[in-house]
Every structure is written in C-alpha cells, then in structure tokens.
Design a protein around this ligand. Structure first.
Ligand SMILES: O=P(O)(O)OC[C@H]1O[C@H](O[C@H]2O[C@H](CO)[C@@H](O)[C@H](O)[C@H]2O)[C@H](O)[C@@H](O)[C@@H]1O
Length: 249
C-alpha cells in the first residue's frame, strides 16, 4: 500500500492523462446492497475537477448500469462505460449491447427474480444488459446461488456467468472493461494520452493490464492480487490522491 502523497507522485501529469475510474469499491465504499452505498458529497466536484484537468479525458468504467450511475452521480456529464462495457454513453449518444431488450434477457431476469424470492436477504439487480443476484446479506447461500444462476444461464448462448463480489451476474460474453477501454483510448480526447485506470475488482484487472502495457499505469484499491503497479488502501485514500493530483498540473 502506498500513501495518498506517494500515489500522486507516481502518476503522470494529470494534464496529459486519460483517467478511467471504476465505481464500487474504488470511488465509493462497498455496502450491504447496491442501493445502500453512500456517495461522498464531494464526488461530483472531484469528477468535475478531473474532467477539467484532463480536458474531458475522464470516464467512469463500471459494472453498474449507466442509469444507476446517472442516479448516483447526477451532475456527471463525461463518458460512462457501464455494464462492464455492455453500455457506453459518450459524445455520440448511448450504445447498448444487443442483449438489451431481448427475450433472452427478459427470461433471465424472470428467473433471477424467482431465485431472489426464495430468501428474504437475496436481491435481484436488473440491468439493461444483464442481471445480478446479490447474496452479501446471506453469504451462506453462495454455493446454491452460484449453482442456480449457472443453471439459469445454461440454455442460452453468448452469456458469461460472472462470480462477482458476493453476487452472481449473467451478462454478455463478448464484452469487458478491457475491450471498452481499448476502444475509448483510440478516440479523442483519450487517444495519445497516458492512461491511468483505478479499480478494485477482478473485472478491472484486464483493463488495468491494458493500461500498463500501453505505457500508462494502474492503481489497485484494497487487498488482493493485481497487475496494477500502484495500490492504495481504500476509496477514501484514492479520492484524496485524485483531488491532490488535479492541483498538480
Ligand atoms: O465495476 P464496479 O463499478 O466496481 O461495479 C461492480 C458491481 O458493483 C455493485 O455490486 C457490488 O457493490 C455493491 C454495493 O457496495 C455490493 O452490495 C455488492 O455485493 C457488490 O458486488 C453493483 O451492484 C453491480 O451491478 C456491479 O457490477
């Protein structure tokens, strides 16, 4: 783990950076349910400052749906890669993976809802491009939920069964934060900049590796194996470092 100050000095100059930020566990602390997170009061201002400092080369890269992120960070008008890359909101508008609105997705959501109804502490999170069954408040259900969600996905082609943090997600198998990040880094205003990816989860690792391999860097938030050369303890430390970085042009 490095301190806030050490992180700031390890990052490239913010004016030449492309900044890619995961959301849950990176910018905000994890909570018992997806809706229970506390968004720090200064997060909108921090994102505005980062957007200004990078001339707009700032993106949220999250497993959340774009709609959820728009609710949690209402003033943010920058790029959002949502649903692990299955959704994109940028200057061109909104793009969604074809799983959105499909009969397949409707059947998966119906099945996940039925599973959620089997225990009061389970909850089903519906996304435009997938569905998640959360068991953080009933960890003893893990084996059953993993088994049942895998069985729910089995009849369908093109799905990935993702074992997430205290949750199982069904999502398209041809998306990923690395693919979405690579596409973004080829476009203005991101292209030609030094990419900096901050994330906490296994789904962030391929994108963090990509940024390192293409001459940028990455910062892991919290414990666990990571390809990121930099690491801070928690979202609070990361936010403080990002604030200091914006002053360090
Ligand atoms: O890519 P991220 O922005 O890190 O999003 C990953 C998933 O985050 C959310 O679930 C996780 O955070 C919840 C709130 O702290 C927690 O209750 C849950 O156990 C975690 O798995 C979100 O609900 C998912 O949709 C995201 O894919």
């Amino acid at each position: 783990m490095i301190s806030e100050k050490a992180l700031v000095t390890s990052l490239p100059p913010v004016g030449g950076a492309a900044v890619l930020l995961d959301f849950d566990g990176t910018l905000v602390d994890l909570a018992p349910t997806p809706e229970a997170i506390t968004v720090p009061a200064d997060l909108p201002d921090l994102l505005r400052a980062l957007g200004d400092a990078t001339q707009g080369a700032l993106a949220l890269v999250s497993g959340r749906s774009i709609a959820a992120l728009e609710r949690f960070v209402p003033g943010f008008d920058g790029v959002i890669l949502g649903g692990h890359g299955a959704e994109r909101r940028d200057g061109q508008g909104l793009w969604r993976h074809p799983l959105a609105g499909s009969d397949t997705l409707a059947r998966l959501i119906a099945g996940a809802r039925r599973l959620a109804d089997t225990h009061p502490a389970l909850n089903c999170e519906e996304k435009p491009t997938g569905v998640v069954l959360h068991y953080r408040r009933a960890p003893e259900q893990e084996t059953r939920i993993r088994h049942e969600m895998t069985a729910l996905a089995a009849p369908f082609d093109g799905l990935d069964v993702h074992f997430a943090k205290m949750a199982v997600e069904l999502r398209p198998d041809d998306i990923g934060k690395d693919r979405a990040t690579r596409d973004l880094l080829n476009k203005a205003p991101f292209a030609g900049r030094s990419a900096v990816f901050c994330g906490d989860d296994a789904t962030d690792e391929p994108a963090m590796r990509l940024c390192v391999e293409t001459g940028g860097t990455a910062c892991k938030v919290g414990e666990g194996p990571s390809a990121a050369p930099l690491r801070v303890a928690d979202p609070q430390t990361l936010r403080a470092a990002l604030w200091a970085w914006t002053q360090n042009r």
